[in-house]
Write a protein that binds this ligand. Structure first.
Ligand code: SF4
Length: 92
């Protein structure tokens, strides 16, 4: 592989690790947040799998904030990539 190709791959991997939305599956299920965020996300980031877990295609997220606004406490955790501070926000 060429160096540009390696750099591109590194960048991609880094971004994948940094832009992070975590769904607490148990809380999401118990509170109905799972179904709610599937319904409300305009970018279709969330999907309900056959076993009821919520999958997250976070690369499609436009950071509109709708899912955070309706999520029950603890159901969603975000870590923003900028600044490398690992800031976590919990909404609810
Ligand atoms: Fe979807 Fe908006 Fe939540 Fe991103 S912030 S996952 S676009 S609802």
């Amino acid at each position: 592989t060429t160096i540009p190709e390696r750099l591109a791959r590194n960048r991609y991997v880094t971004d994948e690790e940094e832009s992070h939305i975590h769904v607490d599956q148990e809380i999401a299920r118990r509170t109905g947040t799972g179904k709610a965020i599937v319904a409300i996300c305009p970018a279709k980031v969330y999907a309900e799998e056959a076993d009821g877990t919520i999958s997250v295609e976070y690369a499609a997220c436009s950071e509109c904030g709708a899912c955070l606004a309706i999520a029950a406490p603890g159901a969603l955790t975000w870590r923003y990539p900028r600044g490398g501070m690992g800031i976590q926000l919990r909404q609810g």
